[in-house]
Design a protein around this ligand. Structure first.
Ligand SMILES: C[S@@+](CC[C@H](N)C(=O)[O-])C[C@H]1O[C@@H](n2cnc3c(N)ncnc32)[C@H](O)[C@@H]1O
Length: 394
């Protein structure tokens, strides 16, 4: 099957679920308002908030509500491009497998697609939301699929059984979206120290340890696991990667950064990891920041770059600002502060000059960097900005 025909088949399949693809948020919300009463919208907002702040019972209650037949086509249409992105990518890895486990399968959108495409392979979808499993079973029955079953299991409460040569888990391992992850060793670096108790704490508070251990136990010795989470930020990516590596999982291919649109935002997600155990590890884990869109920096050409009088000579809000700051020639610090912010970040703010130009640099242990350079005549604006940063730290 070509990529194009697979994508086409996937779109027809999503339409069978009642999912719609929207390129305009306004159209999506107009459809949502037609479908849901204001009471339903209120209930939904309440459950979203409880899921955000509550415990696993609140999370299960949210997914149970989202699986109601009236709600799921509308709610999960928001994830249309996510399904497409993950579904098509994962399909490319299914041909070598025989027994496949989809952990945290939800209502089974992806699991059923895979099972229908590969009738000679066995699939099992596992989720702890009972209402989601009811929907998944009903939809699979409608298609008369005999190579697929769904089980309602909470992996944190009971062990999984069986042995699988492919385990797939997407958006189900690191469910704590608010968790900021592991800070870097200091504001000067993107590196994370090898602090075992910090790593353990991340794995425990996000539920990653128990879920991943459960999956590793049912993965056959030559099996593979596909993992894709909302762990694009370095502070979350590093502890996830270390959790995978610490369990003997190695990269079978270079991780892919993925991007798709949901309602109201473009999501930079992933990476999409394909991992195996054993064999020669040839690919190294990358713990550095991604290539970013910061403007290139040439310290000798900054003063000539003034085009617009309202714009700084140079401005970079990306991790690459660190390299630019390090490249400033004859850097003289005028004032600097390094503080622990109330949320635990270590923040460094620095006002300085470099060969007649003035700069403000700000860096923190969650990988944010900012460098602004102006001519001396406009340096007062940097002082104001510096004070504003300090006020934000108290
Ligand atoms: C964001 S949804 C993702 C669903 C599906 N993988 C997809 O991509 O459409 C996360 C799912 O993981 C399930 N889940 C989270 N923790 C679980 C656990 N400990 N045991 C079983 N399922 C779990 C949730 O119930 C939820 O359905």
């Amino acid at each position: 099957m070509t990529h194009h025909s697979l994508q086409q088949a996937f779109r027809e399949y999503l339409a069978w679920w009642g999912f719609k693809h929207f390129s305009s948020d306004r159209d999506y919300f107009a459809w949502q308002r037609q479908q849901f009463s204001s009471e339903e919208l209120k209930q939904l907002a309440l459950h979203v908030e409880r899921k955000r702040t509550g415990d696993c019972r609140d999370e299960i209650a949210f997914y149970d509500l989202a699986a109601q037949p009236k709600l799921y086509p509308v709610l999960y249409s928001q994830r249309y491009e996510y399904y497409e992105e993950i579904g098509v990518r994962t399909t490319a890895h299914l041909s070598q497998a025989k027994d496949v486990l989809d952990f945290g399968c939800g209502i089974g959108v992806l699991t059923i697609f895979y099972a229908r495409l590969f009738p000679e392979k066995n699939f099992i979808g596992v989720d702890r939301s009972p209402a989601s499993i009811v929907v998944a079973r009903e939809r699979a029955d409608k298609l008369g699929l005999h190579n697929l079953r769904f089980e309602c299991v909470d992996v944190e409460a009971e062990p999984l059984s069986g042995s699988y040569d492919l385990v797939v888990t997407t958006h189900a391992l690191v469910q704590a979206e608010q968790d900021r992850g592991l800070p870097s060793r200091s504001w000067r670096t993107f590196e994370r120290g090898r602090n075992l108790s910090q790593q353990r704490s991340f794995e425990e508070r996000t539920g990653l340890a128990v879920r991943l251990d459960g999956l590793c136990r049912v993965m056959s010795s030559s099996g593979r696991i596909i993992v894709s989470e909302k762990t694009r930020q370095l502070a979350r990516r590093v502890p996830l990667q270390r959790a995978l590596a610490n369990r003997g999982l190695q990269l079978a291919e270079r991780p892919a950064l993925i991007r798709y649109r949901t309602v109201e935002e473009v999501v930079d997600d992933g990476p999409f990891y394909v991992l195996g155990r054993g064999g020669e590890a040839t690919l190294n884990w990358d713990e550095g920041p991604e290539q970013d869109q910061g403007p290139p920096f040439n310290p000798d050409a900054v003063s000539m770059s003034a085009g617009d009088v309202d714009m700084p000579l140079y401005e970079n809000h990306w991790p690459s600002a660190q390299g630019a700051w390090e490249g400033l020639k004859d850097r003289q610090v005028i004032r600097e502060t390094t503080r622990q912010a109330p949320d635990g970040r270590q923040v460094h703010a620095e006002r300085g000059s470099s060969r007649g130009l003035h700069y403000l640099y700000c860096a923190n242990t969650f990988d944010q960097r900012q460098l602004v350079i102006v001519e001396e005549a406009r340096s007062a604006m940097l002082d104001e900005y510096y004070q504003e940063i300090l006020r934000g730290l108290t």
